[in-house]
Design a protein around this ligand. Structure first.
Ligand code: PLP
Ligand code: LYS
Length: 463
């Protein structure tokens, strides 16, 4: 079984051999390269290292909990996406997965564009020097102030998400005397195979304008009439953590169909389509994500084929991977505080972080794996639940995993694949201090987002 799957009946290590909770076949000290960042290894003492630096030293220097982000891996993934899609397409990194000024600089240097979805993300992007023309601005309820800032900055595209926004953006563009490039986000009616909270292309939800019933076609009609808008294309994002390409294929087909309808009705061929992000990563050894070149090939072929059959010139394609770039590049390092065996059930291992640095397990029932990072051990496997330190019984980091039975307070645990939607969704619940993000590259580690301090908390609370 996957060490982090959700089997039927819980068992303690002592009663392991039968049932779903059989002991893992693989060595508990082994590192599956699928789930770990590229430069993660164990050194000769058994200590986990990243970029050649042992986590024991990193913990001393930066404390725990902390995110360690493998810059080498991040840059390599950017290049893999850029090269897979080539000069004929654009890759927009989805900043919501994790954004910092260092990340923006890496993206810029590696030739990627950036998707932002709030004024805050836009501010970080511009401050770190991302050319505005390479920024796409998303969101289902952008404020007029955010729209003004984006138009003033000269963002390359605003993705329109509602009828109200069509008018709002056109109004701001008129006021500023510019013509703003825009796309229209449509919902294509695909049920993506992922958790319902992160599926976004079925009609019954807040994002986008539905193809079914003609909302999307009406949005195109309205946008084409407004001088302040330059309608450059159609956007579709079907959801997140998706492995099956079928949903993307249906989405591409339906978007191309709309392009053909627009051509027939208005005599205009829109030059671009954006197929969004959502490509899944391996959180456990059971997950088998697609490589960027396979994704690029599949999407390119379907768009070309559909355009040919509709008699359209192939539009420029763009995609917006977030998780698939940053997700696998980071792990969270925690220190074990307590180990509580429950006879016949499982052992609860409490760490010094929790749902404030990883809400995904509580929110989506997400699966993670975990390893003892400060040493190796030959002890028997024991079934554990890794939990945080918050006042909430749902404060679970890793629901089901095996760790060596000699695990003790002071040991360091590492949870891989936490680069996406962990720090970016972190909270101050229980006045927790949000952890730092430390970038590691070829033997050098530096803080790119610092740890919050009690002083930060006291400053926010103005009495
Ligand atoms: C419009 C849009 N683009 C891109 C993404 C990035 O998704 P992911 O991180 O799953 O690639 C999202 C989030 O689901 C999104 O809403
Ligand atoms: N935050 C989600 C995905 C939503 C992505 C943004 N539309 C996750 O952690 O999986």
């Amino acid at each position: 079984m996957s060490r982090s799957a959700h089997p039927a009946g819980p068992r303690h290590a002592d009663v392991l051999p039968e049932g779903h909770y059989s002991a893992p076949a693989e060595d508990l000290n082994a590192l599956d390269p699928k789930v770990w960042a590229r430069t993660v290894r164990r050194d000769e003492d058994g200590v986990l290292t990243v970029g050649g630096l042992p986590v024991t030293r990193l913990a001393e220097e930066f404390g725990t909990p902390a995110f360690f982000l493998d810059e080498t891996d991040f840059r390599a993934r950017c290049r893999a996406w850029r090269d897979a899609f080539g000069a004929e397409a654009d890759v927009f990194y989805a900043g919501k997965a994790f954004l910092s000024r260092a990340v923006v600089r890496w993206l810029h240097e590696e030739g990627l564009n950036l998707d932002v979805c709030s004024g805050g993300e836009l501010a970080i992007a511009l401050d770190a020097g991302m050319p505005a023309a390479r920024i796409a601005f998303h969101g289902n309820n952008k404020t007029t102030a955010e729209i003004r800032r984006a138009v003033e900055a000269g963002v390359g595209r605003i993705v329109l998400d509602s009828f109200e926004e069509i008018v709002r953006v056109a109004h701001v563009a008129d006021e500023l005397g510019v013509r703003q490039p825009v796309q229209i986000r449509v919902t294509v009616g695909v049920e993506a195979h992922t958790h319902e909270f992160i599926a976004t292309a079925h009609e019954d939800q807040k994002f986008g304008l539905a193809l079914a019933g003609g909302q999307a076609a009406e949005a195109v009609r309205r946008a084409l009439k407004l001088d302040g808008l330059e309608l450059i294309g159609i956007h579709s994002h079907i959801g997140s953590q998706i492995f099956d390409m079928a949903g993307f294929e249906v989405s591409a087909r339906r978007v191309v169909q709309l392009l053909a309808e627009v051509r027939d009705e208005h005599g205009v061929e829109l030059p671009e389509i954006d197929l969004g992000g959502g490509l899944g990563i391996a959180y456990t050894s059971d997950d088998d994500p697609r490589e960027p070149h396979e994704i690029a090939k599949a999407l390119g072929e379907i768009v070309t084929r559909e355009c040919e059959s509709a008699g359209l010139a192939t539009p420029r394609i763009s995609v917006e991977p977030g998780r698939a770039i940053v997700g696998p590049t980071a792990f969270t390092l925690y220190e074990v505080g307590t180990v509580k065996p429950l006879e016949g059930l499982r052992t609860y291992v409490s760490v010094d972080g929790g749902m404030s640095d990883n809400i995904r397990t509580a929110l989506y029932d997400a699966e993670y794996t975990v390893t003892l990072a400060s040493r190796t051990s030959d002890a028997e496997p024991m079934l554990v639940r890794v939990v945080g330190k918050h006042c909430e019984s749902g404060d679970i980091v890793v629901r089901d995993a095996f760790l060596p039975a000699d695990l003790a307070p002071g040991d360091l645990l590492a949870v891989p694949a936490t680069g996406a939607y962990c720090r970016s969704m972190a909270s101050n619940y229980n006045h927790a201090l949000r952890p730092p993000v430390v970038a590691v590259d070829e033997g050098a580690a530096r803080v790119v987002v610092r740890r919050e301090t009690e002083e930060d908390l006291l400053r926010l609370d103005v009495g």
